[in-house]
Ligand binder design. Structure first.
Ligand code: COA
Length: 156
């Protein structure tokens, strides 16, 4: 019988250096222009940047990660991605809920992000958290000139 103190199969923790291979694999399988290992490691060293991973407690592997900046009263999401084998299991939803908590704890006024115009799946995910589209950055993605939709969530 499940009890409230049953172990959680997944937990969200700050990325460690030893997670880099798992995160790079998810990055490579998820994005048209994946970040390099050195860019990721640089990100880990930035004072205002955070990378959180959703770890499978059984295998120890990373199933999803989220990368964001906390600057003044804004939480800006750079990346959120789930390993293709683990999609549609609520992981991105969990990570996003965690980021909303971080924003609340940090007294942020707003959360912001850019998302590809064609990325309906991600836009639907953000819309479920009440993010709304407020603008377009034309030709934002250098690799193919796709537009970015700017979405924001004003914290109440
Ligand atoms: C977008 C992404 C992060 C979603 O991750 P996920 O862990 O599968 O998301 P969840 O399981 O939490 O799903 C949340 C909701 O997103 C939407 N969604 C997720 N995958 C979907 C799909 N294949 N088709 C339609 N809607 C989808 C649904 O609304 C879903 O809720 P539901 O399952 O109750 O219908 C994942 O597809 C991904 O890594 N994509 C590539 C990277 C990317 O585009 N990141 C966003 C950059 S801005």
């Amino acid at each position: 019988m499940a009890t409230s103190d049953a172990p959680q199969p997944f937990h969200i923790v700050a990325m460690q250096g030893t997670d880099i291979d798992d995160v790079m694999e998810i990055e490579r399988l998820s994005f048209r222009a994946p970040w390099s290992r050195s860019v990721f490691l640089e990100e880990l060293g930035r004072q205002f940047a955070r990378v959180d991973v959703l770890r499978d407690a059984t295998s120890g592997h990373v199933a999803a990660f989220g990368n964001y900046w906390l600057v003044a009263d804004e939480l800006h999401i750079l990346n959120i991605a789930t390993h293709p084998q683990h999609r549609r299991a609520g992981h991105a939803t969990r990570l996003l809920a965690h980021m909303v908590e971080v924003a609340r704890d940090g007294a942020c006024r707003i959360m912001t992000l850019e998302v590809r115009r064609s990325n309906a799946v991600a836009q639907r995910l953000y819309a479920r958290f009440a993010f709304r589209a407020v603008g377009v950055r034309p030709n934002y993605y250098a690799e193919d000139q796709e537009d970015a939709i700017v979405m924001i969530l004003e914290m109440s």
